[in-house]
Each structure stands twice: as C-alpha cells, then as structure tokens.
Design a binder for this molecule. Structure first.
Ligand SMILES: Cc1cc2nc3c(=O)[nH]c(=O)nc-3n(C[C@H](O)[C@H](O)[C@H](O)COP(=O)(O)O)c2cc1C
Length: 176
C-alpha cells in the first residue's frame, strides 16, 4: 500500500449517522473484526472483545437504554467493543498501567472504522458506557464497555459539522 492510499483512507473515514438498512455480508464483518484483532495491545494482551448485536429487538433495547441518537436501528451491524480486564500479558510481565488495555481497545476500534471505510461502508462510534449494556447482552463483569460501533451502507455520506479539525499545529509540539 502506498502512503497516499492510507492518507486517502484516513481522509475518507467520517462518522455516518444515517444508514439505508441494506444488509452486509457477515463475511465482511468477520474480515473487519479480523483487522481489529491485528491491533497493537499492551503486553499483547489482546483485551478486546467484540459483541455483534444481530437481533433488532436487542438493538432497540440498547437504543432505548443507552443512546442519545436513533441511528443504531438502520445500521446493518452494531458491535459493542469491550475490554476484558482479566486479560494477561503474554510474556507474564506485570502491567504497570492496566488502563493501557483500554487504550489497546481504542486502537482496535480505529481498525474497525478504517477497515469499514476501506470496504466502502459507513461507520460511527457510539458512547455506551452510561447504559445497562452488561445486562442487555449478558456481558461478563470483567469486561468493561469501551464503545459501540455502527457499520452499514451510508444513506448520506456527508460529514457532520463536528467532523472539522483544528489546525495540526495546534495539537503538535516539537521538543528540540
Ligand atoms: C469513543 C467515541 C465515542 C463516540 N460517541 C458518539 C456518540 O455517542 N454519538 C455520535 O453521534 N458520535 C459519537 N462519536 C463520533 C464523534 O462524534 C466523531 O468522531 C467526531 O465528531 C469527529 O467526527 P468524524 O468521526 O466524522 O471525523 C464518538 C467517537 C468516539 C471516538
């Protein structure tokens, strides 16, 4: 892959809030999650867990209990990404900062978004930490909810106003 292709992919990704109900081949979701599973993780803990929510009734319950928007229902796939806090470093070393497992899951989240974009699909993260997702999906207590992700065919692939970025210079500081 050329760097410019990766640059284009990063530029193409944006948060999609409107999906057109088209279903997606489950194989595509497998491929996207296989990409996410290639993400870096502290001590190679691979702490991410992916809960793919298929049933419309379950999605409605999540929507009613945990979401501010009504966008989950139209997306072809809804995935809840969690961090299994019982994960252990492969090399048996101590994890000095267990929160780094959450950061690792954030990396997996980004792999999902970029992989979906590369497939021509729309995607968006959904904050879920404030809702009773554990009960709704019977998620084990050791798993911390990181976020939800919608994936589907975008009904309107237009960036929201909140897609704008501040100038790069305002977030980069070079230390000589
Ligand atoms: C951890 C996380 C949680 C988010 N939660 C929501 C959400 O609950 N609802 C929503 O509409 N967008 C959510 N977003 C999407 C952001 O609003 C969006 O990424 C940001 O406005 C930048 O726009 P862009 O993704 O189009 O570049 C979330 C993004 C992240 C990374």
């Amino acid at each position: 892959m050329q760097f410019t292709e990766f640059q284009d992919l990063c530029r193409k990704r944006l948060s999609v809030h409107n999906f057109d109900n088209t279903s997606i081949d489950p194989k595509s979701i497998d491929q996207i999650l296989a990409c996410a599973h290639l993400s870096p993780s502290v001590g190679n803990t691979q702490p991410w867990r992916f809960h793919v929510v298929v049933k419309p009734e379950t999605r409605t319950k999540i929507l009613d209990a945990c979401c501010y928007g009504n966008f989950i229902l139209g997306s072809a796939t809804f995935i809840v990404v969690t961090c299994d806090k019982s994960s252990q470093p492969q090399d048996g070393k101590i994890l000095w900062n267990p929160r780094e497992m959450e950061f690792s899951c954030a990396a997996a989240l980004d792999h999902i978004l970029l992989a979906a974009t590369a497939m021509g699909l729309g995607s968006c993260c959904v904050s879920l930490h404030h809702g009773p997702v554990h009960e709704l999906l019977s998620i084990p207590e050791a798993e911390q909810v990181i976020a939800g992700v919608m994936i589907g065919m975008p009904a309107s692939p237009v960036a929201s106003p909140s897609h704008e970025r501040s100038p790069l210079g305002s977030v980069v500081k070079v230390h000589e």
